[in-house]
Design a protein around this ligand. Structure first.
Ligand code: SAM
Length: 237
């Protein structure tokens, strides 16, 4: 089955010809840049890229309704996952792709130019620093992350950046429930409540993936996020 058929069957999404062409380009250039320029992904075969990067990213539609004008932020986006596939399929949302390693953003900028995406911007920063900047703090409707940190640490990156009334989504594997249980203190401290955990089954992938969905219900105290590095060193546990 093609990517478009999977996207339709799993998520009820209809990819246009232009969007499918851009996914082709993204798959090809990701493998090529990874081989010749920089380490961007451990997954290099075409099917793996389509399932574990593209479909996995698009699975976020199972967690929140997409609404025109929403401001999304993807923290620790790496080569652009999950933010880039979402920006590609939903031109009506704005997606900021935040990454601490500047050179990874070069790849994203290359794809944005090649596919003429007008709804993305890249942000070279640590999440802890962005969370203290007035132009980013509490400015985003939906804040996402995959494979960045364990939930108690991750919430200190994501919740300060999320608007009150907005949501954070942490993409997790089999550890989702255990991480959510460990995150009780972080949630209470940072102004979040656990809405739920959405299971995701991807074609050919044995392990169930999980979307941990957190509502931002209260303002995050000014003390958070702490200085870059501190959340990971001394998690809110
Ligand atoms: N989210 C992408 C994915 O799932 O393919 C990349 C995952 S990669 C394992 C983790 C990324 O998070 C790295 O690119 C790293 O530089 C970035 N990162 C880790 N801690 C960060 C922080 N505090 N602020 C911003 N980026 C961070």
């Amino acid at each position: 089955m093609s990517l478009a058929q999977h996207a339709a069957g799993l998520f009820n999404l209809t990819l246009t010809a232009d969007q499918s062409a851009c996914f082709d380009r993204l798959a090809q250039d990701l493998a090529e840049w990874n081989a010749s320029r920089m380490n961007l992904t451990a997954i290099t075969d075409r099917q793996g890229i389509e399932v574990r990067h593209f479909l996995d990213s698009l699975s976020l539609v199972l967690a929140v309704p997409i609404q025109a004008g929403q401001r999304w932020l993807d923290v620790g986006t790496g080569a652009g996952f999950p933010g880039l596939p979402l920006a590609l399929v939903f031109p009506q949302i704005h997606v900021t792709l935040l990454e601490a390693t500047a050179k990874k953003l070069l790849f994203i900028q290359h794809i944005v130019a090649a596919c003429q995406l007008h709804n993305t911007r890249t942000l070279h920063a640590r999440a802890e620093d962005a969370g203290r900047m007035p132009q980013h703090r509490a400015r985003y409707d939906v804040v996402t992350a995959r494979a960045v940190a364990r939930l108690p640490v991750l919430l200190e990156y994501l919740l300060p950046l999320t608007k009150e009334g907005g949501v954070c989504i942490a993409m997790k594997g089999s550890t989702a429930a255990a991480e959510a249980a460990d995150a009780a203190k972080a949630l209470a401290t940072l102004g979040g409540t656990l809405r739920g955990i959405v299971p995701v089954q991807l074609p050919g992938v044995e392990e169930t993936h999980h979307l941990v969905v957190v509502d931002k219900v209260k303002k995050t105290p000014a003390l958070y996020p702490r200085k870059a590095g501190l959340p990971a060193k001394n998690p809110l546990l």
